[in-house]
Design a protein around this ligand. Structure first.
Ligand SMILES: *Cc1c(COP(=O)(O)O)cnc(C)c1O
Length: 417
């Protein structure tokens, strides 16, 4: 521990005490029925009672439920939550309570997490890369019936592990569009012209063949979906093949400060219109795999200012922790609120550079943000809409890792947005 104090200017006092608490908390998490150990009516109550040394990640249950409800009610098809966006059991449970019944999983671990978090979910194994034996285990232990391939060579290993006659196998097609900030077709997906032979090969095994693609992540225009659906329609029309299920993937964006995107309903309208051109069987259905759109809004991160050097703040969380997604192209900051002595802090603003606590020189948030001029060491900042690609990617680099996850139960409480 003394090393940390010498080498890291933003050392966290009481780290050893926290470690003991952290271990204790893991035990609470493992033993309790509810995956969350603590709840507070508001963040101000949390700060007043705990004055937390470690970052605290706050789940707003009502926001998760209503976000799920709105998506499920408005989307013209079946909604699968992409578990990788945030696999915390409490969040899976809340989304389920909000009406999400289907889950897009990419590993047995994700499937197990979903099965334990809620009753009677349907899990889909939607990735062409599975560990050896994983498809077998998914089907035998959890009744999984939906799988994915993106190359002919993927069919035989699947056939060896599962009963294909009772399965649906999606052929994943690559689609590209400039409105997708992260391309999800560079790694997976067969070229459109390869899709007919994949669908035929799947059908031959006795499985039901279906079609899937993924436009990208943080897709900034509904056109990207219309375009991909038109490509899919062309492939099906030319090959005279019909499918019952077409999975259009995730990518539905959320707005962040400086990054505003169209309303979800604009996406749904475009999808609803485009899908009419899809040659599907009579009971045809569109599937979507939203991750970010469901995971982002309901969680915040409460972090402490450890050090102020003029316009630079050093926080107890950073790019190796809850903010790791900011290293990718997309939005570059989150909405926030500041607190001092348990009350909200306001006043004239000025730009600050935000640094994480580790010794690494790249542990700096990509964009400056405007915070109250008077902000200082010991104040807290709550960052909102942080639920997507945050918890699941945090590391324990340099010994910084927080597992303080709480719920904020006051019905009038909302994360900064
Ligand atoms: C990551 C991913 C998603 C979710 O993407 P979002 O941009 O979070 O909606 C959906 N499907 C697949 C196959 C993915 O890899």
């Amino acid at each position: 521990m003394p090393h940390r104090a010498i080498y890291s200017p933003s050392s966290i006092t009481g780290a050893r005490v926290c470690y003991v608490r952290f271990v204790a908390r893991i035990e609470i998490l493992m033993s309790a029925d509810s995956p969350i150990a603590e709840s507070y009516s508001s963040v101000t109550e949390l700060l007043a009672r705990r004055r937390p040394v470690q970052p605290v990640y706050c789940i707003y249950p009502g926001v998760y439920e209503s976000t799920a409800r709105e998506f499920v009610d408005a989307f013209p098809g079946r909604v699968l939550y992409a578990v990788k966006a945030n696999d915390h059991p409490a969040i899976i449970k809340l989304l389920h309570q909000g009406g999400v019944r289907h889950f897009d999983c990419a590993s047995v671990h994700e499937i197990e997490t979903v099965m334990q978090a809620c009753s009677d979910p349907t899990c889909y194994f939607m990735v062409p890369t599975r560990l050896r034996g994983a498809a077998r285990q998914a089907q035998r232990e959890f009744g999984v019936r939906h799988f994915m391939i993106d190359h002919l060579s993927g069919l035989q290993p699947l056939a060896e592990e599962v009963d294909l006659s009772s399965s649906v196998v999606f052929a994943r097609m690559a689609v590209h569009h400039s409105a997708a900030l992260q391309d999800l077709s560079s790694k997976f997906g067969a070229l459109p012209e390869k899709i007919p032979e994949l669908l035929l090969a799947i059908t031959k095994t006795g499985a039901e063949a279906a079609l899937a693609f993924n436009v990208g992540s943080s897709v900034t225009s509904p056109d990207a979906y219309s375009h991909a659906i038109e490509v899919a329609a062309g492939v099906l029309r030319d090959s005279k093949l019909r499918v019952r299920l077409v999975d259009i993937g995730g990518g539905f964006p959320k707005s962040y400060p400086g990054f505003s995107v169209p309303q979800l309903t604009e996406y749904f309208d475009a999808i609803d219109l485009a899908r009419k051109k899809l040659p599907m069987t009579d009971n045809g259905e569109i599937l979507a795999e939203p991750g970010r759109a469901l995971a982002a809004p309901g969680m915040s991160a409460v972090v402490e200012v450890l050090l102020r050097k003029e316009q630079r703040l050093y926080l107890n969380d950073g790019m190796y922790g809850i903010f790791w997604e900011l290293r990718f192209k997309g939005h570059n900051r989150y909405a926030f609120r500041c607190y001092r002595d348990g009350a909200e802090l306001s006043g004239p603003l000025q730009p600050f550079q935000l640094n994480g606590p580790t010794c690494d020189g790249t542990d700096v948030l990509p964009a400056e943000i405007e915070l109250p001029q008077q902000i200082r060491c010991g104040d807290y900042i709550e960052f909102g809409r942080i639920g997507a690609y945050s918890l699941s990617g945090r590391t324990n680099f340099n010994g910084h890792y927080s597992d303080n996850i709480v719920t904020i139960t006051g019905t009038d409480q909302n994360p900064p947005s």
